[in-house]
Design a protein around this ligand. Structure first.
Ligand code: FHN
Length: 566
């Protein structure tokens, strides 16, 4: 895993005949992501197959793709050799549902493998188990009209097809990594995964495989399931950064730049480049890799919006890459200004998201004085730092880096640094009030979005709580025992009034569930009383779970407030 851990950042490419459809079928926009169009628009497979005759990537420039990944600071590339529609980007001896049906009839993987090698990038292949095209894949899609004469699918005839195709692509392209997917339907079993994994380990012992070769991921989140033996080499959280990383295992968050993996002409919901830089930093600070996706068009063009973002990330990485590559997770549970990464125990990188007023950065919990402090990109100039009873402070004002998305401060130590990881966890104020805001929240089993009402407001709220399985915790330090009244600062539109939430203390439910009422709108906030709790001193964890969602969302949550009561 050494190169993978060093790399930290890679390019995901979703490309296939669906890219030619660009999210539209029969003159209408289909729902969902571009690469799922066969499942969502449900064309007969015989019609869908015609797309291959139009898939003519005249603008495909694999050298430019590899160079773009390199310029972005990425160290590996993973391309879809075959997605769920079963279409192969290479000329497979085991099917003709492949590049041989396209106007050019050319292998599309080989030139990219060569270009990556030339650019010094590791080459990886995505491969799906689920195959909507194959006659023996089960369950067969009812609108696949090609196999009526074939009789019902026999999955055990499909398994050798997977093995055969894997052998083809591993022997032909010698990939460093295999990115499995589509393993979640019941027909693919733990045993199928284990057999494929061991075969591949013999074929190429150094190959890295993700956990989706077997059945050990938890839901779509990609976390390892405790009840199933671990499969593959690393976990695959998708479209999310696990709140505390995945301690003890290697992992990689894969993410789109807009809302689709495969190209959709109408998807303009691009994340700003600065957000993507912060996500990369967030992932690295939790010890993971970031696999960022592009969906080229059927003609083979990476959308200009993706190119612009990759270049912007690359500009940041060219200055700050040393704070990402080969780093370890942050020693701090929380930092008020951003994130940290480290190299061993003598180098700390502080990723400053919020520049401190007055230019003095406080690092609560850092108990060792650095020998040297500097800003990446301007390492010649040493910054002043000193140790205080609350941690180290570094003067970063006037470093000339104020306008960057994330400024990185490097701290070097003469001896191993010492950290109190929980120093920045919230504590009650002198009047006995403990205010927990969205910055203190840890979101589990899904993602919530951050919204500000009105725009620019200092206290953001957590919204988009459409998945009732998603839940939130707040951790805090209580210096003494006490009795506290608990309430939520929340908003709820009339259509969602009546959602139920439960309050938990250290993982145990406390009191009766509370029911939301309308606060007038998602942008108007009110108070929801959760009752009174007795708290022991020390670290306490407060949880909020949705028991019932009414309408669009559970609530917009701006914070949790505990007020000491006699
Ligand atoms: O269904 C796919 C999806 O199309 C896309 O390929 C992502 C990438 O991780 N994986 C699947 C869902 O988990």
């Amino acid at each position: 895993m050494a190169w993978f851990r060093e790399a930290r950042f890679g390019l995901f490419i979703h490309w296939g005949v669906y890219s030619e459809l660009a999210g539209r079928y029969d003159g209408k926009a289909a729902s969902g992501t571009g690469e799922w169009i066969f499942q969502n628009a449900k064309p007969p497979m015989s019609k869908y197959e015609e797309t291959a005759r139009r898939f003519n990537p005249v603008d495909y420039d694999p050298v430019a793709w590899a160079n773009l990944a390199k310029e972005a600071g990425m160290k590996y590339v993973v391309i879809t050799s075959k997605h769920h529609d079963g279409f192969c980007l290479w000329d497979s001896a085991l099917t003709d549902w492949d590049v041989s049906r396209t106007p050019q009839g050319k292998d599309l993987l080989e030139p990219l493998a060569a270009a990556c090698k030339e650019a010094g990038l590791r080459f990886g292949l995505y491969f799906t188990i689920m195959d909507w095209h194959h006659a023996d894949y089960a369950p067969r899609r009812a609108w696949n009209d090609l196999h009526s004469a074939h009789g019902p699918p026999v999955f055990e005839r499909f398994v050798p097809y997977v093995h055969g195709q894997m052998e083809e692509i591993v022997r032909r392209y010698d990939p460093a990594l295999l990115w499995f997917d589509g393993e979640w339907e019941n027909t693919w079993t733990v045993e199928h995964g284990a057999a494929l994994e061991s075969k591949l380990r013999v074929l190429k012992p150094s190959i890295i495989m993700n956990n989706r070769v077997g059945k050990s991921r938890n839901d779509m989140a990609g976390l390892d399931r405790p009840d199933v033996k671990k499969a593959g080499d690393y976990g695959t959280p998708e479209q999310e950064v696990p709140a505390r990383g995945l301690p003890g295992v290697d992992w990689e968050t894969c993410m789109t730049m807009n809302d689709t993996w495969g190209y959709r002409l109408d998807d303009a919901r691009w994340k700003p480049a600065g957000t993507l830089v912060r996500t990369l930093v967030d992932v690295a600070s939790k010890g993971g890799n970031f696999l960022l996706n592009v969906g080229p068009t059927g003609a083979g063009e990476i959308p200009p919006e993706s190119i612009a973002r990759l270049k912007a990330i690359g500009a940041w990485m060219s200055v700050n890459g040393e704070a990402i590559y080969g780093t370890d997770a942050s020693p701090f549970e929380r930092l008020p200004f951003g994130r940290a990464t480290r190299k061993g125990d003598r180098t700390l990188y502080l990723h400053v998201f919020e520049r401190p007023a007055g230019g003095v950065l406080k690092i609560p919990g850092l108990k060792s004085a650095p020998q040297r402090a500097s800003v990446l990109g301007d390492s010649a100039a040493a910054l002043k730092s000193k140790i205080t009873t609350d941690g180290v402070v570094v003067s970063i004002g006037g470093t000339g880096a104020a306008d960057r998305d994330v400024t990185v401060i490097k701290l070097e130590f003469a001896a191993p640094f010492v950290v109190d990881p929980t120093a920045a966890l919230p504590r009650p104020s002198a009047d006995g009030t403990l205010k927990l805001g969205t910055d203190d929240a840890v979101v589990h089993d899904g993602t919530l979005c951050t919204e500000r009402f009105p725009t620019g407001d200092k206290s953001p709220s957590l919204g988009c709580w459409t998945n009732p399985k998603t839940w939130v915790t707040f951790d805090a330090i209580l210096p003494a025992a006490g009795r506290y009244r608990v309430s939520l600062d929340y908003a709820c539109a009339p259509t969602s009034a009546g959602s139920e939430v439960a309050f938990e203390l250290d993982g145990e439910r406390v009191g009766l569930p509370a029911t939301t009422s309308s606060t007038g709108a998602w942008s108007e906030f009110g108070v929801l009383d959760l009752g009174t709790v007795e708290l022991r001193p020390g670290r306490r964890s407060f949880g909020l779970r949705a028991l019932q969602k009414r309408g669009d969302g559970v609530m917009n949550l701006r914070g949790l407030r505990l007020v000491a009561v006699p």
